[in-house]
Design a protein around this ligand. Sequence first.
Ligand SMILES: *Cc1c(COP(=O)(O)O)cnc(C)c1O
Length: 406
Amino acid sequence: MSVKRIYLDNNATTPCDPRVVEAMLPFFYEMPGNAASRNHPFGWEAEEGVNQARQQIADLLDVDTKEVIFTSGATESDNLALKGVFEMYARKGNHIITLQTEHKAVLDSCKRIEKMGGEVTYLPVNRDGLVDLNELEAAITDKTILISVMWANNETGVIQPMKEIGDICAKHGVLFMSDATQAVGKIKTHPKKVGIHLMAFSAHKMYGPKGVGGLYVSRKNPRVKVTAQIDGGGHERGMRSGTLNVPGIVGLGKAAEIARLEMAEEAQRLSRLRDMLQKGLMDRLEECYVNGNEDHRMPHVTNISFKHVEGEGLMMTFNQDIAVSSGSACTSASLEPSYVLMALGLGDDLAHSSLRLSLGRFTKEEDIDYAIDAIAAGVNHMRDLSPIWEMYKEGVDLEKVVWTEH
Ligand SMILES: *Cc1c(COP(=O)(O)O)cnc(C)c1O
């Protein structure tokens, strides 16, 4: 039997859509120009490709083309937005508010900002992964310059109340930035409608190529400026120097166009498959818990804890066939439970026992049937081997057991 290869890790990265690859190809050889070369057709063609991509992205986000800055990806966009605002608005204040469940690109940028004299509030989230709006508003001080809240979480798919947060930011005259990497191209993300002033996104999370992304920067009401973090030829309106990655940008543009046209239908199809997958597992297995709010969640993601099963080990039972992520992160020394799940109030054990299953454009219904069988078999296998599961089945109250170390 041939090994199946089912990819349910689309939140880590998506495959590149063949239509995207096709759009990119001419820009590698036939049209090799530098988009900044103003004096020959090679340059003009490249610039034309970039202009079209900027338009495609502006259409997807419902913004002006001048508000789109190309970068190397969402990590760079997050860095540019946070550090760039911190530097540019230093005279206004030094305080930033964000969430404990943000991506490392935001959290580590904030840590750097703290080293540079900034103050950062890392707000907790509720059990379901949502921010408490009263707490958010109460955290604002007269030094607050920016609130940074991700649109959708990469581990749980939980969608934050963007419009409500935008209203709070507007009321207090604070800039609103969002890492929307997991949301752009999958659900409607119109920053102006919800009051976002800076928004990061990445091509490889929306069926485009790796190593290219963008940052939306509002130009009107208010006109936002960020201090460049990379100096050079003054590309991208002085905010991000460096020769533009023309094929990558063309790919990002094509990915945006496809997303705009197909997003609604795709979301419907994927949420049906996601629900099938989640229900299939929950029906077959006892002691499973869905992590994060299910009503405010991306259509293609589910994050499930399988009690008394270690997620990394579980993954090993089927990872030749099916790619998923676990709720553990490998650090240099050990396997750490996901800080996102810990912020939702899960204990170490439930965090370690979780899987993130993220579907995508190329997921088929038969993949879901296969995945339910394989994951359920894996969980049962792990539990059959587990003395803890045996004790649990015998009715031992595991909370009361005194464990000895040896
Ligand atoms: C993937 C991801 C990033 C990083 O994007 P890159 O383009 O890989 O740098 C940032 N934030 C979120 C929420 C992500 O999912």
